[in-house]
Ligand binder design. Structure first.
Ligand code: MLC
Ligand code: AMP
Length: 471
């Protein structure tokens, strides 16, 4: 028998006095556990008959209650990026079949009805715990080409992931978890918010994840992407303020070793690094009671199996040096891409191993190092996963663009920065704004270079590695 997914929001326990006055603090609003149960159940009553809803996932109490209500009612939701543009929004809605906006509505609601979240409404109806195999959410993520795919994530996968992380990090209800990450990806939403509601710890969302906001939050457990940590490491005073924390955790992209070392020096804490993806949730992490080695992401979590294979599928030795394609079998794995049986079939091998698309090294002790991505067309910028193809398609829709190639180039702040090489006669800033309006602001190129031609091989294929080097 599994525990309820949102364990700390058990209505009977909350009614019996297991309340917490400041369970969630976000956007100037404080919600107690009983607010979350009462207002969340009221949301559940309003969405209960929907098949699927969209939530514009701004970092607000409205989003927290919308998500809570859907999970109480067992209605799958689609977290929509807060900065979503027109093309991406239309795709997310039509592909997911969302029937309504729950909570906030974007300026263009795409003609969908609106179900409001009423902050002060309360319901004490008791819902049965939904089936653990049912879909909790459909989270969209970029591939190398085409529009983002909907990743179906079950309640069981989420519960298994949070419990495994709690074990690795000794994460308990006496923690105060702080982050300022978006609530439309695994890191901020599944780990940060749902993790807190399952474990029962206090959760503080800082708004923009600035060094100052982190320093002032007074947490014990901090989550950040490497860009956040490198900005903190560059702000001595803010970094020193984190010395009172228990654990600093980095993930979503590679934490540069110099940032790791700076954090050790300034905060007294060696950060925990962990690895995951939208499809697998978090699967590998250094442990509170184990070695924290700069540049390495740790050991598989409880229940997770990993392996390395070469191009022909043959095993690659775990010798700390040999590089192979990383595959994962895990109770936290997704149950498929929505409407894309072709892509789902391609993502798994016949024995159910998920092909992560990452290349890695494993040492004899089972420690993992992520070397990079197999494809140059998947970019990680500020911890966001962005498909070059998606940006190229949008840019080709601009009248001033004849040819385009998008690449990720190394960037001290963002890890990789999106650069578009364009043949045509458009203004670079116009093209940047065009992408921000069509996709999401975080997918905009940071730089557009107008060029006379793009490097191609004899077959006419773009030489992207060469382009990144040109830069
Ligand atoms: C500038 N802006 C524009 C613009 N030019 N907006 C629209 N159009 C234009 N042309 C503005 C934005 O509105 C915003 O305004 C400002 O620029 C900065 O936006 P940004 O680009 O997002 O900021 P940046 O400083 O680059 O953000 C860094 C960051 C962010 C670290 C805060 O990248 C971030 O939140 N990353 C987290 C990603 C994440 O959570 N990934 C997890 C994936 S899950 P304003 O007003 O806002 O300043 C995963 C699994 C796992 O990977 O393992 O965890
Ligand atoms: P996303 O689907 O946005 O969750 O992105 C998942 C990808 O982020 C992974 O496939 C990796 O390429 C990358 N990633 C996540 N965590 C780490 C990490 N700690 N080190 C290196 N890459 C990471």
């Amino acid at each position: 028998m599994l525990k309820a997914l949102l364990t700390s929001l058990d209505p009977a326990a909350v009614a019996a006095g297991h309340d917490l006055a400041d369970a969630v603090r976000i956007d100037g609003v404080t919600l107690s556990r009983s607010d979350l149960v009462g207002a969340g159940t009221s949301v559940a009553e309003r969405v209960a008959r929907a098949r699927r809803v969209a939530i514009l996932a701004t970092p607000t109490a409205t989003t927290v209650l919308a998500v809570t209500g859907c999970l109480i009612a067992g209605v799958p939701f689609v977290p929509v990026p807060a900065d979503v543009g027109a093309t991406e929004r239309a795709h997310l809605l039509s592909d997911s079949g969302a029937q309504a906006w729950l909570g906030e509505v974007p300026a263009d609601n795409e003609g969908l009805p609106h179900i409001p979240v009423r902050m002060h409404a309360r319901s004490w109806h008791r819902y049965a715990e939904p089936n653990p195999e049912s879909v909790a959410m459909i989270m969209y993520t970029s591939g190398t080409t085409g529009l983002p795919k909907g990743v179906t994530i079950t309640r069981r996968a989420i519960a298994a992931d949070i419990d495994a992380l709690a074990q690795a990090w000794e994460w308990t209800d006496s923690d105060t978890l702080v982050h300022g990450l978006p609530l439309f990806h695994v890191h901020g939403l599944v780990l940060g918010l749902l993790g807190s509601l399952r474990i029962g710890n206090r959760f503080v969302h800082t708004g923009k994840p600035t060094p100052q906001a982190y320093a002032e939050a007074g947490g014990t457990l901090y989550f950040g992407v490497p860009t956040v940590w490198s900005r903190i490491a560059a702000d001595t005073e803010a970094a020193r303020a984190l010395s009172s924390a228990r654990l600093l955790v980095s993930g979503s992209a590679a934490l540069p070793s110099p940032v790791f070392e700076d954090l050790v020096r300034l905060t007294g804490h060696a950060p925990i690094e962990r690895y995951g993806s939208t499809e697998t949730l978090i699967t590998i992490s250094t442990r509170i009671d184990g070695e924290r080695r700069p540049g390495w992401v740790g050991l598989p979590l409880a229940g997770v199996q990993t392996r390395l294979v070469d191009e022909t599928g043959e095993p690659v030795p775990h010798d700390g040096e040999s590089i192979g394609q990383l595959q994962i079998k895990s109770p936290t794995n997704f149950s498929g891409y929505l409407n894309r049986p072709d892509a789902t079939a391609e993502a798994f091998d016949a024995d159910g191993w998920f092909r992560t698309g990452d290349v890695a090294v494993i040492d004899a002790g089972g420690m993992h190092r992520i070397v990079g991505r197999e494809s140059v067309d998947l970019i990680k910028s500020g911890g966001y996963r962005i498909g070059a193809g998606e940006i190229e398609t949008v840019l080709l829709g601009h009248p001033g663009v004849r040819e385009v190639a998008v690449v990720g180039v190394p960037d001290d702040d963002l890890g990789q920065r999106i650069v578009a090489f364009v043949v045509g006669d458009a203004e670079p800033q116009q093209l940047i704004d065009f992408v921000a309006e069509q996709l999401s602001a975080h997918k905009r190129p940071r730089e557009v270079r107008m060029v006379d031609s793009l490097p191609r091989n004899a077959m006419g294929k773009l030489l992207k590695k060469q382009l990144a080097q040109w830069h």
